[in-house]
Design a protein around this ligand. Structure first.
Ligand code: NAI
Length: 345
């Protein structure tokens, strides 16, 4: 039986993981706590740890897990910015779920955009109190507007198709453009200058950290709508707040926030929120915040569990590749994945 310490468990995780775990004789130790330096020892007796986006998997944690005999870190997310893949190299294999439902995230981005530009969130609250006034609810048509999509991977491309379905013009920026596609690529500066709506669909890396900062916002159109369903660290939230206060940014739709790890996914109602910046953003009438929810569909949860379990099983199949391994060997963690013939080390 394979024993797996499953950190940051939520009720909605259990059914699908139990279902796929049973098929492969995997015993999940469901832990509510997040993984960090203090909780790494809870994995003792398990060769595998399963983590999510707000678990801390830095060098210290990796060293502790390694000392405790952990051999595999199975991320149940696509993004892996919280894992020090470099420090794991040679010690612990790291696998992730590259795609579970890119539709879930792209559709959530559009849901946020529509809610924001048609003021649905305000209308919903009003009519619940039998306030049927339309004052202040004027929106704008998406048809004919320009969407700027940053990152044209799995999610970005679906978002592009959705935007095209609404009759939007789409421009995009990606340092690795899709070959043989009809996507219109422009420079990042051109995208900032020309877009009515900007949606972020690239990973958080050293290069993309705070790619939306005050100088980027300065280049943008007045009234621009910024959507972030990717990672909070892509946006300098202080600069975003300034942009909103100066009426430069028309609206922000945020499913992620740089300092979300101790806040999102938990019920904080009834508590005083110790994050003035987030409180101020949420208090703005033109800011919509969801709590890293874009992935949360039935289809995605099922696919996450199935792929994670298959990744774990592939690790124990010693002859084969380790499915969906994130490998630091050549320094190009993901882009050599398709050519890889053997596991990372
Ligand atoms: P993907 O790997 O298919 O695509 C990412 C794209 O970003 C690639 O085309 C890559 O070339 C591009 N890219 C890399 N560096 C860039 C840069 N400096 N500027 C612009 N583009 C750059 O990833 P996928 O599946 O489309 O996911 C995108 C991101 O969405 C993930 O990195 C993750 O952070 C986030 N995500 C958020 C979820 C949520 O629940 N809110 C759920 C799943 C993913």
């Amino acid at each position: 039986m394979i024993k797996v310490a499953f950190y940051d468990t939520k009720e909605y995780d259990k059914p699908s993981f139990e279902k796929y775990g049973k098929l492969h004789d995997i015993d999940f130790r469901f832990l509510e706590t997040k993984l960090n330096e203090d909780t790494a020892s809870l994995a003792s007796g398990c060769e595998v740890v399963c983590v999510f986006v707000n678990d801390t998997v830095n060098k210290d944690v990796i060293d502790k897990l390694y000392e405790n005999g952990v051999k595999l870190i199975a991320l149940r997310s696509a993004g892996y910015n919280n894992v020090d893949v470099h420090s794991a190299f040679g010690k612990i294999h790291v696998v992730h779920v590259p795609a579970y439902s890119p539709y879930a995230v792209a559709e959530h981005a559009m849901a946020l955009l529509l809610t924001s530009v048609r003021r649905i969130h305000k209308a919903y609250n009003r009519t619940r109190e039998f306030n049927f006034s339309l004052n202040g609810l004027t929106g704008f048509d998406l048809h004919g507007k320009t969407a700027g999509v940053i990152g044209t991977g799995k999610i970005g491309r679906i978002f592009i198709d959705i935007c095209k379905g609404f009759g939007m013009k789409v421009i995009a920026y990606d340092p690795y453009p899709q070959k043989e596609s009809d996507i219109v690529y422009v420079s990042l500066d051109e995208l900032f200058k020309s877009s009515d709506v900007i949606s972020l669909h690239c990973p958080l890396t050293d290069n993309t950290h705070h790619m939306v900062d005050s100088s980027a916002i300065e280049k943008m159109k007045k009234g621009v709508v910024i959507i972030n369903t990717s990672r909070g660290g892509l946006i300098d939230a202080e600069a975003l707040l300034e942009g909103i206060k100066e009426r430069k940014v028309g609206a922000a739709c945020l499913d992620v926030y740089e300092e979300e790890s101790d806040i999102f996914f938990e019920d904080r109602s009834g508590h005083i929120l110790n994050d003035d910046l987030l409180s101020r953003l949420i208090s703005m009438p033109n800011v919509l915040v969801t709590s890293h929810q874009a992935f949360l569909t039935e289809e995605a949860l099922n696919n996450i569990a199935e792929t994670t379990v298959n990744n774990i099983v592939s690790y124990y199949n010693k002859d084969g590749l380790c499915d969906n391994e994130l490998c630091y060997k050549c320094g190009n963690i993901e882009h050599c994945k398709s050519d890889r013939k053997e596991r990372c080390f």
